[in-house]
Write a protein that binds this ligand. Structure first.
Ligand code: SAM
Length: 351
């Protein structure tokens, strides 16, 4: 039975967060005082490899075909290679990828490729040392650049660079990132900042600024059609003569909920059908009780709403939410006040 929700959306793409721990403290993602650091792996919320692979087996039987491993920082997981190998060997899974901050990538990317990794997304919000440190609160730019180079050398394809646009912080670097896409065979994807932390709401700028800066820099962004349904929500462009591509991901200004084919497993083992809605269903112990896990996926899908409603004006939003789920919420346009809507943040859900 295909996993269709009540809007007719077919779900084949699962993101699984294997740890909450991260070695960066990106200002829009995670509070600095958060203690889930990387140094003592025993203390962190980490999903055991066997549990993780069993969840993917169950997901594959339900029709999922594509898996992204994320976190937290997934490369901090002591069993990352085992996890990738296990997922890649699950019958029905056609594509395994990772989202990483790239700081630990250079040393392990070859092994990950051999274990079955196909593609990789690397987060990089600045090409300048100081700005990178200002955003991540860590000095690690050179490790990330080495990681990108190693990923290209290992033959991962495509290598995607995720740049979260941050008002007044990295918006002036858009031309440098466009130049990066000209020079390297990577997809540079500009992403709108979503309001997970109160600080993040003030940093929002629309991806429209990228088109404007490209025009100002005399770099035409030529739209290209995506060729397959397994590709993500990025609007893709090419620059004549460039080795790479440019993508715009705009969950806030032009959301793509109508095409959403994703579900998520959080690092503490719950299924979630929308990144931006706080509804999730615990999987239980998928090894001991697979039937409960199957049911959790089905129940989470039933909870999926038509849209995340974050950019719908308040009154309209109340009506829409009541129609689809009988929950009435009223939040101002495009904001999550005091974070009361989302109990879990991106690093715990998995980006
Ligand atoms: N540690 C990994 C990394 O840095 O890529 C994976 C987890 S991280 C939460 C996944 C992605 O979510 C990153 O590209 C990060 O920039 C993005 N992200 C985190 N908070 C965000 C927010 N508030 N708005 C938009 N993207 C966000």
């Amino acid at each position: 039975m295909p996993l269709l929700d009540n809007q007719g959306r077919l779900h084949q793409y699962l993101r699984i967060s294997i740890t909450e721990a991260c070695n960066l403290r990106c200002i829009y993602c995670r509070p600095e005082e958060d203690t889930k650091t990387c140094t003592v792996t025993q203390r962190i919320q980490t999903m055991p490899a066997d549990q993780c692979v069993q969840i993917i087996r169950i997901a594959a039987q339900l029709g999922f075909r594509k898996v992204r491993v994320t976190g937290g920082e997934p490369l901090l997981h002591p069993e990352i290679e085992k996890i990738v190998r296990g997922i890649a060997s699950v019958s029905g899974i056609e594509d395994v990828s990772i989202t990483t901050n790239g700081t630990l990538l250079a040393n392990c990317v070859r092994d990950l490729k051999q274990a079955g990794l196909r593609r990789i997304n690397i987060s990089l919000d600045s090409l300048k040392r100081e700005t990178y440190a200002q955003i991540t609160l860590r000095a690690a730019l050179s490790q990330v650049l080495e990681g990108i180079e190693a990923a290209l050398q290992a033959g991962l394809h495509p290598v995607k660079i995720n740049v979260v646009l941050l008002k007044g912080i990295n918006e002036e670097e858009i031309p440098e990132f466009l130049a990066f896409a000209r020079e390297y065979p990577v997809h540079v994807r500009f992403i709108e900042c979503m309001p997970f932390l109160p600080t993040a709401t003030d940093l929002f700028i629309s991806t429209d600024v990228v088109k404007q800066k490209a025009r100002e820099a005399g770099l035409p962004l030529i739209p290209i059609q995506e060729n397959g349904s397994l590709d993500g929500p990025a609007e893709l462009f090419r620059i004549p003569g460039a080795k790479g591509l440019v993508g715009l991901i705009h969950p806030m200004s032009h959301h793509f909920c109508s095409q959403c084919n994703r579900m998520r497993v959080t690092s503490d083992g719950s299924v979630r059908s929308c990144l931006l809605r706080d509804r999730e269903v615990p999987l239980g112990n998928a090894l001991l009780n697979p039937e409960q896990a199957y049911q959790a996926f089905r129940n989470a899908l039933r909870l999926k709403e038509q849209s995340h409603f974050l950019n719908v004006p308040s009154q309209e939003k109340e009506v829409q939410i009541e129609q689809t789920s009988r929950v009435s919420l009223c939040v101002p346009h495009g904001r999550i006040p005091g974070n009361e809507l989302l109990k879990k943040q991106m690093y715990a859900i998995g980006g």
